[in-house]
Each structure stands twice: as structure tokens, then as C-alpha cells.
Write a protein that binds this ligand. Structure first.
Ligand SMILES: Nc1ncnc2c1ncn2[C@@H]1O[C@H](COP(=O)(O)OP(=O)(O)OP(=O)(O)O)[C@@H](O)[C@H]1O
Ligand SMILES: [Mg+2]
Length: 293
């Protein structure tokens, strides 16, 4: 059942979710959060992955790095859900649902956007988040292994033969919203870690996604390319859309940083129609270093 969560009329709830682990949820969530902060929005973030907490660690790393460098880095109001123990009883779940609803209601009072990062497995809090999502972003590594959570393909032709379990979970959450009279969720499937080279795999996955987007009602977006810089940002809590200078990065910016920044900027505009923001940076210092370096 959907709980009444968004008491403030204007808050937008963006949920980044995919039952498949390691698809780029936390990476996408932090980039969106910082991009929206930089465009002037008040952003809050929630980490529902109470066990792994990598999104929360990302934010902690950012605050530590900001202090160490003496550089102000915009950082969202952040909440991490705590949950003890392996087994969730019915009482735990009822308490978790109530905390989830009150957390959203509190954050909605003073923020324009709430971004929720979810764990890479099926969890009752993730299902609650799906039902609360005005926008749902599902990052997907560009591979048939990852596509399998949404749909099955024919082994010979790679044509879509059916939809699979995660697509059904999303569908259920969307129906709950409909029954509660809420607007339809804008569902975007984001291709992550795309090869910068064209390949048969890239084309076949693209074709299968185009088919599934019709069947399941999502928009498909070309997301982020496979870039080493996205893996290097985490210990310093940085993103591709922070200032690309040596004080911020702790190293000289490279062409990979610049390309990643443009890519994220375009992505945010395409996904959310966010107002464009200007970078008045001087890239004359940029080193010509490829993603492979
Ligand atoms: N575009 C990219 N290029 C290169 N590496 C990437 C990219 N996106 C994500 N990664 C890396 O892939 C790994 C998984 O990313 P991330 O932690 O964001 O996924 P996740 O879906 O949140 O994982 P989990 O399900 O475990 O929470 C990390 O090492 C991250 O740095
Ligand atoms: Mg994660």
C-alpha cells in the first residue's frame, strides 16, 4: 500500500533503482544530486542500502575531502537508513515503513528534490521507494546479463521474448500509484558503462531496450560511457561535475574529466530537463589523457 509521503506539493522524488547489483546506481545518484545542487536546487538524498552504505560513504568522503582541501563542495542533506539484523520481522517492516514516510515528509518541507539510492536486491524499502517515485532511474550495464532483469531474449536472434521479474515489480509499484491517484512515474532506463566503440553487443542491447521500452513504458537514455575517472572519484567523494581544477581534484584535470563532465551535464538535461548551468572554467591546464590511462 502506498503511504502518503509527499506532504509538500512541489518536491520531486527521484529513485535510482535496479535489483541488479553494481549497475551504477550510487554513481548516478551522486552525480544527479550534485548536478541539481549546482543548478540551484535544495537537494536531499537518502541511502536505503543500510548494509553496504556506499552512497553514504561517498558523501562522508566528500565532506572529509572538502575539509582537507579547504574547498567548499556542495553536498546534499543526507539520511541513511539504519537496519539491524539479517531478518526483518513484520514489526520491523511496519516501523521501517513509518520511518520512510516521515523521513520523506520532513525532507519535503525544505527541499525541492529528494534522491533515493536503493540496494541491489529486492527489499521492502526499495519497493516503497518505487511506489513513491515521481522519476525512476534504472541504470543498466550495457550487457545482456544486466538486461535479463527486465526481459529475456532469444539466444539466436537476440529479439525480446518476454519481460522478467524486476519489470513486474516496477509495474506493480506503478499500478499502486495509479490506484492512489498519483501521477504516473517517469521511468528512465539508463545505459551505463557504454563502450566508446561501436560493437555488435551495443547494437543488440540497444535494439532489445527499444523493444522493451515499448512493452514496459520507459524511456531509454544513453547514459555514461565506461571511464576510469568514474571509478577514481569515490575516495574523495568527487563527481565529474565538480570544478575541474587541481585544488578540487587533487590532480591536474584530464580530457577524460572534461568529457565526463559534458556527458553528465547532457544526461541531466535529457533526463530531468534541469536548467542548464554554466561552468566558467579554464581548461587550458587540461592534460591529454585517455580513459584507458
Ligand atoms: N560509467 C562508469 N565507468 C566506469 N566505472 C563505473 C561507471 N559507473 C559505475 N562504475 C563503477 O562500477 C562499480 C559499481 O558502481 P556503483 O557502486 O555505482 O553501482 P551500484 O549499482 O550502486 O552497486 P550496488 O548494487 O552494489 O549498490 C563501481 O566500482 C563504480 O565506480
Ligand atoms: Mg550502490
Amino acid at each position: 500500500m502506498i503511504q502518503e509521503t509527499s506532504s509538500a506539493p512541489c518536491v520531486r522524488i527521484i529513485v535510482v533503482a535496479n535489483e541488479k547489483g553494481g549497475s551504477g546506481k550510487s554513481t548516478v545518484a551522486i552525480h544527479l544530486a550534485i548536478a541539481l545542487l549546482r543548478s540551484g536546487q535544495n537537494v536531499a538524498t537518502i541511502d536505503l542500502d543500510s548494509r553496504q552504505r556506499s552512497f553514504t560513504h561517498y558523501i562522508d568522503n566528500r565532506l572529509t575531502w572538502s575539509r582537507q582541501r579547504g574547498k567548499d563542495l556542495p553536498t546534499p542533506t543526507h539520511v541513511c537508513f539504519d537496519e539491524d539484523g539479517e531478518f526483518v520481522t513484520a514489526e520491523d517492516e511496519a516501523a521501517g515503513r513509518a520511518t520512510f514516510a516521515s523521513t520523506l515528509a520532513n525532507l519535503a518541507e525544505s527541499h525541492d528534490t529528494i534522491i533515493i539510492d536503493t540496494p541491489g536486491h529486492n527489499h521492502y524499502l526499495s519497493r516503497l521507494a518505487l511506489a513513491a517515485a515521481d522519476t525512476l532511474i534504472t541504470p543498466l550495464n550495457d550487457s545482456f546479463v544486466d538486461l535479463d532483469v527486465l526481459g529475456n531474449v532469444d539466444p539466436e536472434t537476440f529479439a525480446v521474448t518476454g519481460v522478467s521479474h524486476y519489470a513486474r515489480i516496477v509495474d506493480e509499484a506503478r499500478r499502486e500509484r495509479q490506484q492512489a491517484g498519483k501521477p504516473e512515474t517517469d521511468w528512465i532506463v539508463l545505459r551505463n558503462r557504454l563502450s566508446t566503440l561501436s560493437s555488435r553487443n551495443k547494437r543488440f542491447v540497444g535494439d532489445a531496450l527499444a523493444d522493451l521500452s515499448q512493452r514496459l513504458g520507459f524511456r531509454s537514455a544513453e547514459g555514461l560511457a565506461e571511464r576510469v575517472v568514474f571509478r577514481e572519484f569515490y575516495p574523495r567523494g568527487l563527481t565529474a561535475i565538480d570544478d575541474l581544477d587541481e585544488l578540487t581534484l587533487g590532480t591536474r584535470p584530464t580530457m577524460s574529466h572534461v568529457t565526463a563532465q559534458l556527458e553528465v551535464q547532457n544526461l541531466v538535461a535529457a533526463l530531468l530537463g534541469a536548467p542548464a548551468y554554466q561552468f566558467d572554467e579554464d581548461f587550458s591546464d587540461v592534460m591529454l589523457q585517455s580513459d584507458a590511462a
